[in-house]
Design a protein around this ligand. Structure first.
Ligand SMILES: [Fe+2]
Ligand SMILES: [Fe+2]
Length: 223
């Protein structure tokens, strides 16, 4: 198996298991337990905004930093740097969409001070995404790992809100549309830096991240 095949296979497996996990925990039944659609927005949107911002930006930022140390940010790897900065721009936009919509429904969210209820589990998930020492290790945990979780959670929220607030649902579907670019940035980073002798290590990293993502989702939906 070459690096391209490995990356495609890892990404597909994570996509499939994340879809199952999100549908199991982050579904109509959970949303219904929160109250009315307005309560769902007030409860979920600050949390979703926090995740988009910190989970989206910090790992991509660290990847850029590692590429500047281990690669060639000025020439060979400038396409990776461009892709990752675009991802950071998108994630800031996603966070703003969520926090602006939250504010419309009375839940003001200043990301510099707002603290989620499941802070410890979220920090563990964020660290499992980014505390690795090579740019493609972060790809294995993040863009080719469980980053797709965010898109599935956003889709389920959009489906739930479709009949009540179709304009809100449309904004959420715009967020999902950016995710393909993020997977592409992570995949390219993997292709450039990974080698077959690391496949076992990359699997371990991806599994560690999956378990942290699952623990955090369970904590959030069972609180
Ligand atoms: Fe995002
Ligand atoms: Fe993303």
């Amino acid at each position: 198996m070459d690096v391209e095949e490995f990356t495609a296979d890892l990404t597909t497996r994570n996509r499939e298991r994340m879809k199952e996990t999100v549908d199991q925990y982050y579904n109509e039944e959970y949303f219904g337990s929160l109250g009315d659609p307005e309560d769902v927005i007030a409860n979920e949107f600050p949390y979703r905004g926090w995740r988009e911002f910190f989970f989206g930006c910090l790992p991509a930022n660290r990847q850029i930093s590692l590429i500047t140390e281990q690669g060639d940010p000025w020439h060979r790897d400038r396409d990776l740097v461009v892709g990752l900065f675009k991802q950071i721009r998108d994630e800031v936009k996603h966070a703003r969409i969520y926090t602006n919509l939250a504010a419309r429904f009375g839940a003001e969210t200043d990301l510099a001070t707002w603290t989620p209820d499941t802070y410890d589990e979220l920090v563990a998930q964020g660290n499992a995404s980014m505390n690795w020492d090579a740019p493609h290790h972060i790809s294995a945990a993040f863009q080719c790992g469980t980053e797709i979780q965010a898109a599935f959670m956003t889709e389920n929220l959009a489906d739930y809100l479709q009949d009540y607030y179709p304009d809100v649902a449309r904004s959420l579907r715009d967020i999902v549309a950016d995710e393909g670019d993020h997977v592409h940035a992570g995949r390219l980073t993997m292709h450039r830096f990974a080698s077959p002798d690391e496949f076992g290590r990359l699997e371990e990293i991806s599994q560690t991240k999956y378990e942290a993502a699952l623990a955090s989702l369970v904590a959030h939906t069972e609180q």
